[in-house]
Design a protein around this ligand. Structure first.
Ligand code: FES
Length: 169
């Protein structure tokens, strides 16, 4: 279960403490602990890192190092739309960097980030399994292929329009 945004601001340390103690505060359990925290909040909040570090008696910087090393961890809440950018070999050769750059321009989120408006989280992934359509992205589980900058911009703009509050009058 993901805890709602309103509850994120003031983290319930009871939840974090329970996760840490479930893993017996063992140093080797840092990654499973972080995974469980991310499953709960959709990201690893900085205050949670501090709390885990205190419990485990290791520097918070060490845990930050782990969170930033592994692509699976996020330091920002998940946006409303999850965009996975394929960097497998075929997509790499066919313009994955162009796709990522266009996404950054249109959404304001680089890979590993959530856009300032909270609409998009962009993640870098390996092969999405549809190499003949390279370069590809997956948006909320739906694959889009043979992308050009224009096509990427159109997909994102349509989502932005759909998410925009209806204009009054
Ligand atoms: S390399 Fe991108 S889908 Fe396979």
């Amino acid at each position: 279960m993901v805890i709602e945004a309103t509850a994120r601001e003031e983290l319930d340390f009871v939840v974090i403490d329970r996760v840490v103690h479930k893993h017996n505060v063992e140093p080797g359990a840092v990654i499973p602990i972080l995974q469980e925290i991310q499953d709960t909040y959709s990201y690893v909040p900085p205050v949670a890192i501090q709390r885990v570090a205190e419990h485990m008696n290791i520097p918070a910087s060490e845990i930050y190092g782990i969170v930033t090393f592994y692509a699976q961890f996020r330091l920002q809440p998940l946006g409303k739309n999850l965009v996975k950018v394929c960097h497998g070999t075929a997509c790499h050769l066919c313009g994955a960097e162009m796709v990522a750059e266009t996404l950054a321009q249109v959404t304001g989120a680089r890979e590993g980030e959530t856009s300032p408006d909270g609409l998009f989280t962009v993640e870098r992934v390996a092969c999405l399994g549809c190499c003949s359509l390279a370069p590809c992205i997956m948006v909320n589980g739906e694959t889009h292929g043979r992308l050009t900058p224009e096509a990427v911009g159109k997909i994102m703009t349509e989502i932005q329009k759909a998410e925009a509050p209806a204009s009054v009058g």
